[in-house]
Design a protein around this ligand. Sequence first.
Ligand code: P6P
Length: 348
Amino acid sequence: ADTTVHSASAMTLSRFMLEQSMKNQEYQELEALMSSIQVACKMIANLVSRAGITDLTGMQGGGGSVNIQGEEQKKLDVISNDILKECLRYTGKLGVIASEEEDHPVLVEEAFSAKYVAVFDPLDGSSNIDAAISTGTIFGIFEEKEECLVEDDADLDEARLKCLLNTLQPGDNLVAAGYCMYSSSTILVFTMGNGVNGFTLDPTIGEFVLTHPNIQVPKRGKIYSFNEANSPDWDTGLQNYVEAIKSGKGESGARYSSRYIGSMVGDVHRTLLYGGIFGYPGDKKNPNGKLRLLYEAAPMSFIVEQAGGKSTTGKERIMNIHPEQVHQRVPTFLGSADDVTELEKSLK
Ligand code: P6P
């Protein structure tokens, strides 16, 4: 067994956030949020690693409940959602929360200094849990644009509408975004607009330790990551682009490999570290593809851009898009700057 004992100087996530907030006042508020998010991720990591054992896989209860996505909610989705809501609620810093597992944004009554809005996918890729394939939590933090505290006599619908407006913000408004990947190791990667850092959970001390400082996406990679089963329905330009990089006829002349986990967090994390391009295109059947803008594509785009990569719908920068609905989908391509630029040119 690995008997490495971290010296007391190990850069834990807690210490990292303390140092960041000492350097920059504005990070002080985020410190409490990151502290609660890392607790939630440790709890979810624990559940995911024991899912098969504690029989948390499979459908929710007997009749099964169905979320707004029309998908059977698996127990772990629901529990992960509850864990994140509870951990975030008690920071007192959040006025409203939007989640893939919530039909509508949730007002947070405990908010006494509500300044932030959290959006998250509590357990993305959870359909892979039964096969022990990597899954992840994706989160984004916005500042509230307008007060949506619920005063006693406030019109609740009015407050709810204000809160909805607080969640419908473009990726450019994100003040922090990140993901926690539950895989061969548990890795929390996030940005506060000042670069991207990755922390690996060391179970021997129960702390996230800095393992990937200042992540930079390689300018170009040799991996493409799409669900090619959908290619008959793709835009011709995209079909031609993929054929070109497969046969070494793309700009770099390299023959690309295909890697597709079918779990966004795993595919994005590999793209962030190894380079290349990940995408979930729109097609004839689903013009906006499958990924959700608010709590999947936008937070991941913030991270990729902060790491020197690019993220686009194929026509425009994802971070520019103003959401109209909480659960709206968006065609998504992200990864190495040169690969994404080459793709965009092929779609024109
Ligand atoms: P497909 C998982 O269900 C998910 O939302 C993302 O994590 C993943 O990238 C995508 O869907 C996979 O979708 O249609 O290729 O199975």
